[in-house]
Design a protein around this ligand. Structure first.
Ligand SMILES: [Zn+2]
Length: 201
């Protein structure tokens, strides 16, 4: 299990069918190295979104081959629409280019994530699902599993654990990307809940 040195931008990698461990044994971290809130006083997710560094030709490039050849089928367990894209979308795109198959389990519909009062929860959820499918198509994901929980209300209870386990059985991943449920710097309680259910399932 990884800790603050994870280089997957706040996601924890969980290998199935073996002892839980971090698979991102990357010697040269990417530019957005995951850092604890205590070290910076900032939310790491916000750090990722607001990164200002420009890459140069002299910088070592992220080498996707360091993930190893035994990763073939990934499931991303995310809480909200945009979680995948904003935290590990680039990494997944590189892995997909190497032939890895990726699916997304989306726990909530992100149905309160707007200030636009013209939306209802139902109409916003519809838009968020369309956006999620468009993003999945752009990245080359193979499948999206919508659990349909309400945004902000995710609880890692038996129901959620069973729903995640059901998707594990259907998709048969060898690797899972999800939020680290043991890290206290998560930006949203839904992230912690999704990660906890993914690990427990
Ligand atoms: Zn989120």
């Amino acid at each position: 299990m990884h800790g603050v040195d994870c280089h997957l931008e706040c996601y924890v990698c969980v290998r199935l069918n073996s002892k839980l461990k971090c698979v991102c044994s990357i010697e040269e971290p990417p530019r957005h190295k995951c850092t604890t809130a205590g070290e910076t006083g900032k939310d790491p997710l916000l750090m990722i979104e607001s990164g200002t560094e420009e890459s140069t030709a002299d910088e070592p490039r992220f080498d996707i081959s360091q993930f190893g050849p035994d990763i073939h089928r990934i499931l991303v367990v995310a809480a909200h629409p945009d979680d995948l894209e904003t935290t590990c979308g680039g990494t997944l795109a590189l892995l997909i280019d190497t032939g890895v198959e990726v699916a997304l389990l989306l726990a909530t519909d992100g149905d309160i994530g707007t200030h636009d009062v013209s939306y209802t929860r139902e109409s916003l959820a519809t838009v968020r699902r369309e956006e999620t499918l468009a993003g999945a198509h752009a990245l080359g994901l193979k499948e999206v599993f919508f659990l349909g929980h309400h945004d902000g209300e995710l609880v890692p209870d038996l129901r959620l654990r069973a729903e995640v386990a059901h998707v594990y059985r259907r998709w048969q991943p060898d690797t899972v990307f999800t939020f680290d449920p043991y890290w206290h710097g998560q930006a949203h309680p839904d992230h912690t809940a999704a990660g906890r259910a993914a690990v427990d399932a």
